[in-house]
Design a protein around this ligand. Sequence first.
Ligand code: TXA
Ligand code: MG
Length: 310
Amino acid sequence: MTETLLPTAEGITRAAELLRDGALVALPTETVYGLGADARNGAAVAGIYAAKGRPSFNPLIVHLPDVETAKRYVEWSDEADRLAQAFWPGAMTLVLPLKPDNGLSSLVTAGLPSLALRVPAHPVMQQVLQTLQGPVAAPSANPSGKISPTTAAHVLAGLSGKIAAVLDDGPCSVGLESTIIGLTAARPALLRAGGLPSEAIEAALGQPLDSVAGDEIIAPGQLTTHYAPRAAVRLNAQSAAPGEVLLGFGTMACDLNLSPSGDLTEAAANLFDHLHQLDATGRPIAVAPIPDHGLGRAINDRLARAAAPR
Ligand code: TXA
Ligand code: MG
């Protein structure tokens, strides 16, 4: 049985206790719900891979309450500092060289010499981290290869019975996973477009980000079919073909609209929920064109993966 916890002092304490005992708890963050485990506990981290059915080479993001704590685990740098000052807490993950004797389970990094870190802004997640006083490894709380969850109901639809609890604090405000920046090479690189537009990151760094070559799997979440609904997905559709359901954007006739006013922030927040709903119809999904700037880049990245042949 998976418990549903409320975002009260009691629910937060219970979530931290479960994590301390090595159990898996799905936690709200501003991006998507994460499937949390104590990152120091190898058995608990192994449980994440098992619950998600995740390939074991795929490393996890470690969540921390603040920048000072993050510095314990990685070799810090001036670039890391500039980005952390500008965007933490928030929807950005930094990949940095792992420090030796970091106390983390090696399953967290899947053996890589680097670590992905994030300081989330979500107030309930923050309280869980502060109560636990420890690092929480958390991938998105969905079965591997499926759509990321932006509500507790999405989490339960995929993982009910496989995890101890879900801490329900309603829908995620951003609705897209964090933007991942690699700081292990000579120049900073965009490893995954996400909830923080890369333009903002380039502005803070004062230089363009390297982009990762398409066939090079540096962030394994880049696997082409990562965000797959069950049904076929067709992109850049102006209208629905017979039998299809249409996911719209801007003023248009459609089954569900990401943002009738054409607002990319609203579209990002609705993306996974709308895909979950349309996928439940069992019909093929057509998707209207989305502008490819700002958050639109991350939205188009997720849609391209959802539409990839499999
Ligand atoms: O918003 C988010 O990032 C959510 C919330 C829960 O924080 N988490 C999330 O985790 O999306 P996940 O596991 O679904 O995606 C993490 C991505 C994966 O593509 C993984 O391969 C990559 O981060 N990653 C983790 N550690 C890495 C590392 N050391 N180097 C490169 N990529 C890494
Ligand atoms: Mg994921």
